[in-house]
Design a protein around this ligand. Structure first.
Ligand code: SAH
Ligand code: F3S
Length: 453
């Protein structure tokens, strides 16, 4: 009766929120299952960043609602960004949905499921629905419980919710609300507990992590609260690696650049959203930096860490983007030599300033620009991988690879490596010499000196 399947759309924050919901439900006696065909409750944790993500979830919900015909006690819930964005209005298109829970109310899901079950037990004839998309002070502190797989080596930790920037294309400030940070002590304690449970790599999560704690903590000696947090996580003995996502170029100041030179656990991999390489479009997007400033951050970081890896987010086809604007993006994209990138075709989001702009770019042109950048990315990535052949990389062993033939782990630069290893090495940092590469994966061999295979 209480087998719950959670399907997650969208970003890593959504993954993390789903995991926290799963942990809370488990504590309440629900079973979390991985097979959607054997569940009694299905929760869709949704994304609103692009129209396609919303359409996917709506399609899925419509399809799943059929299950109610066979099993009237089946419960279908929609959580997260689309729930927040569309609220009770979703019920017009999806009348069979039982539960709609916004981004500040994830922690209420166990109560709401209990209530829905109780109403069913009591034999309520009419369908009972629950819709809660209210704001809640302190809700950022409720995303803290973890469900860890056996021997799980990496974990996400939410440090902040919401965003106060007003990028003209972006729905996130509406779906996630105002920027709110969690207390530093609480985050550090969570990381320590994860380390005690075997986690070795932490990824700190937020919409704009470089602003972390700016209203709650003071700078000490020119060091921002975000870098203070990095220092404290760096000092936890069990934690071996730190990553974070996403920073904003505006917040990438000297103290953070210098941190790459002195915090040994901070991995030399930076996800730095560019969005556009044209100053004119950046201004129209309300992104407060220039291409020159962005390039300077990349160069400064490469000065501190010559082996720095970069990834980025780009939007092609923002309203008014001309061939010349795109050329500027292409040129900067190439110059930055990204190892990884997420290229998005601009998607109109009702309620954002850019949705009102004339000069929308036709779809086929967006697709063409998208392909240009993806080809460049593949070339850059292949070039990087080719330079890794013959080198020895520090790899954190995560577990068996998907095919079950060997083991997999990641380099500090976030490259996936497959190699032969031993179960005992899960959670260890080991030296692996790279023998051959594909676009997505490196294949290597463990260096034997001092390590028992
Ligand atoms: N601050 C968050 C941004 C969340 S949205 C972060 O960096 O993680 C993630 C990415 O989606 C953005 O960086 C942007 O590149 C893309 N995006 C946001 N709104 C979009 C839209 N309307 N159309 C296409 N892509 C969009
Ligand atoms: Fe969106 Fe810009 Fe914030 S991309 S999440 S409004 S920094």
């Amino acid at each position: 009766m209480n087998r719950v399947f959670i399907k997650t759309y969208g970003c890593q924050m959504n993954e993390r929120d789903s995991e926290a919901v799963a942990a809370m439900l488990r504590a309440r006696g629900y079973r979390i299952v991985n097979d959607e065909n054997t569940c009694d409750v299905m929760l869709l944790n949704t994304c609103s960043v692009r129209d396609m993500a919303e359409q996917k979830a709506i399609g899925k919900a419509g399809h799943v609602a059929q299950k109610k015909k066979r099993n009237p006690r089946f419960i279908l819930g929609i959580l997260g960004c689309m729930a927040q964005n569309r609220g009770a209005q979703l019920l017009d298109a999806l009348p069979d949905v039982d539960l709609i829970v916004g981004t500040q109310k994830f922690h209420q899901v166990p109560d709401y499921l209990d209530n829905l079950r109780a109403a069913q037990e009591a034999g309520t004839v009419l369908p009972t629905r629950i819709v809660d998309i209210a704001e809640e002070a302190g809700s950022q502190n409720t995303i803290r419980e973890h469900v860890l797989e056996e021997r799980q080596v990496t974990a996400f930790v939410s440090i902040q919710q919401g965003c106060n920037m007003d990028c003209a294309f972006c729905i996130v400030p509406k779906t996630r609300g105002d920027e709110r940070s969690r207390p530093m002590d609480q985050i550090v304690r969570e990381c320590e507990e994860l380390a005690d449970r075997g986690v070795r790599e932490i990824t700190l999560l937020g919409q704009i992590v470089t602003s972390y704690g700016r209203r709650d903590y003071t700078h000490t000696g020119g060091v921002t609260p975000f870098v203070q947090l990095l220092e404290r996580v760096n000092a936890i003995p069990g934690i071996k690696r730190i990553r974070f996502t996403s920073p904003h170029p505006r917040g990438f100041k000297d103290d953070l650049i210098a941190a790459y030179g002195r915090l040994e656990k901070l991995c030399e991999y930076v996800h730095l959203p560019l969005q556009s390489g044209s100053d004119r479009i950046l201004r129209a997007m309300n992104r407060p930096y220039t291409r020159e400033r962005y390039r300077q951050i990349v160069d400064d970081l490469r000065r501190v860490r010559p082996d720095m890896y970069f990834s980025t987010d780009i939007i092609v086809g923002f309203p008014g983007e001309t061939t010349e604007d795109f050329e500027q993006t292409r040129e900067l994209f190439d110059a930055c030599n990204y190892d990884m990138a997420y290229v998005f075709k601009y998607s109109i989001r009702t309620g954002t300033p850019a949705a009102e702009l004339a000069d929308q770019v036709p779809d086929d042109l967006k697709e063409e620009r998208n392909q240009v950048l993806l080809r460049l990315l593949e070339q850059n990535s292949d070039r990087r991988n080719a330079t890794l052949v013959g080198t020895t990389q520090e790899v954190l062993v995560e577990g068996p690879d998907k095919k079950g033939v060997g083991y997999m782990g990641r380099t500090r630069g976030n490259r996936i490596v497959h190699f032969a290893a031993n179960e005992r090495l899960i959670g260890e940092l080991v030296p692996v010499t790279i023998k051959r590469v594909s676009t997505a994966v490196l294949y290597g061999e463990l260096e034997l000196a001092g390590v028992e295979r």
